[in-house]
Design a binder for this molecule. Sequence first.
Ligand SMILES: [Zn+2]
Length: 271
Amino acid sequence: MPELPEVENTRQYLLRSGLAGRRLGAPEITWANTVRRPPVGEFIEGVAGRRVADVARRGKYLIAPLDDGSYLVLHLGMTGSLRIHDAAQQLPPMARHIFPLDDGRELRFMDPRKFGHLWLLDDPAGATGKMGPEPLSPDFTPDALAAVLRRRKAPVKALLLEQSVVAGLGNLYADESLLLAGIHPERAGSSIAGEEIARLHTAIVTALTRATAAYAAARDAQWPDPPTALSPWTIPRAKGEPCPRCGTPVQLLKVRARSTWHCPRCQPPEG
Ligand SMILES: [Zn+2]
């Protein structure tokens, strides 16, 4: 599932492809349920003729402000990806939604499992809900992280997945962050304090910075068709594979139904 580094990779791809400044035609929506708001007819009418001012990101959401003050908001879901191609180029399989551009190209939204979403809104918060700090921004500090964990008894892994705690983390980078921090995924948020908070904060920033850098290098190397999914984490996600730090076989847990890989030696239950 695309998490912050994958969505940021998509944003950088769209910017480098020159989406900002382009005028959109009436989009072709082949799976109406993807459009959350407004009703699909209004969505198509509202997008047609609008110029894209920029491509921003909040957590796992792509946000394109349009020239009439509205926002085209896009979530890639489990398996979604975006490409800008010449309209004459053959459509990739699973191209569900097509936004014509005024330069003869098209923005194509591939979505094999149809879990992606689109909105056209006056305020992007109508799509994103309440979001915590961006982990790669100055707003994300050890103190801010401590303040939310202190009040919560839920497992730290589950808390890291809540977008109101920190924006953009998903299952993969949450596991990676907890391994780098040496914190067991089932520990209560409120039990993590002091030096552990600093370690967890650093680990989240490190995991995401490494991943965004890996995507940046891959974009340069493989332009104009950069990868949409790499595996830029160190924790193996397979039974019996060695922990990259100590060599102990990693173990699988379910934390609130999410597959959670961890090292029993580097991430002891009592901290
Ligand atoms: Zn280990």
